[in-house]
Design a protein around this ligand. Sequence first.
Ligand SMILES: *Cc1c(COP(=O)(O)O)cnc(C)c1O
Length: 459
Amino acid sequence: MKNEKTPIPYKIYLEESEMPKQWYNVRADMVNKPAPLLNPATGEPMTAEELGAVFCEELVKQELNNDDRYIDIPQEIADFYKMYRPSPLVRAYCLEEKLQTPAHIYYKFEGNNTSGSHKLNSAIAQAYYAKKQGLKGVTTETGAGQWGTALSMACSYLELACDVYMVKVSYEQKPFRREVMRTYGANVTPSPSMTTEVGKRILAEHPGTTGSLGCAISEAVESATSREGYRYVLGSVLNQVLLHQSIIGEETKTALEKYNIEADMIIGCAGGGSNLGGLISPFAGAKLRGEKDYQIIAVEPKSCPSLTRGKYAYDFCDTGKVCPLAKMYTLGSGFIPSPNHAGGLRYHGMSSTVSQLYEDGVLEARAVEQTEVFQAAIDFARVEGILPAPESSHAIKVAVDEALKCKETGEEKNIIFGLTGTGYFDMYAYQAFNDGKMTDYIPTDEELEASFATLPQIG
Ligand SMILES: *Cc1c(COP(=O)(O)O)cnc(C)c1O
């Protein structure tokens, strides 16, 4: 419910001294912990040593840490955060006015940095731990390009080599994203490529393929594990990434407390689950501890509906099946969203932490169609000014739906949503929408069944 004793500014910023000094680890408050990663060869939980062959040491510790509620943010990372954080919590007065809703809408805007999204919050942390370990460089994959851009920025800041495998179709369709990465010194290779064994194998099996995130992950992992002084890093899905992204939720919580605002509803878009997990972590924690109740909503595309139509099962994280198995809501590792899907959030699985929270009813999920998402994006841009990323616009769509429900019931709910980034590199998608050429494709049950049939038989 609202509390309006203090007038609420358009933008709530925190003072530097109010910025979080620790990340919050929601796993510490979960009774049912997220299921461990499994070694695909043995079916046993991955040990720290096995994970250490792929990931940086300190990040492995964070990945396996289900106990410590808070983890200190190293000073170097805190200093980097200061360049673009705190991010503002914006009261969407203009949107409320346009909708004529009694609801109060707030969005946490993560697009105020060159990478244009929240991904920098984890990129700098991962690059920092790689540097501290004395590594030469890191490898990764990128789909739409935001993660690759964020990692390039973090690596150039720390003088670390950065090799990015970019899904071929994006490499060709988003030349400017590619150039931003190269400007920050990254090596960008279109995937699948002939530079790795798994890339050669995929190209032999599927000549002419335009690639997928799952393929690019396999190539990046091979490229890291086959070279001395390199490790692989990932921009979403993993527990460690959610941990770093908890900075979003902690800042949000502090900003709300500063103005005595009680959130009723928290909404985030969900691809691999990192921004959502980060935004909701402190709120989900309060809910898990029985201190407060919030309605928490994950929003996903109907064309890639892992939470709303997927299975909760162990699955491969990548197409080449070189990664550990993760238990998650998944559509099957062979699932590739229809080519007309332009809105991002195209990963076949969902973070194990978010999956477990969903399984336990801490959060709910909704799936929306991309044409309605782009309509919401444009409505939002015209009143609030910011041109949103298509991914973020999934959250906008549901926030607007909820605000319109409040209009009918007269409820003055406080609706908080995550505006994860800007959409300047998504203008082909906006063009398709503006030209009336955007369509929706919702996979049939038969298509999903065919994909589920490829799930590994575990437990
Ligand atoms: C990557 C990305 C997402 C989705 O990733 P999550 O890990 O689910 O947060 C959402 N919005 C933007 C702008 C992104 O770049």
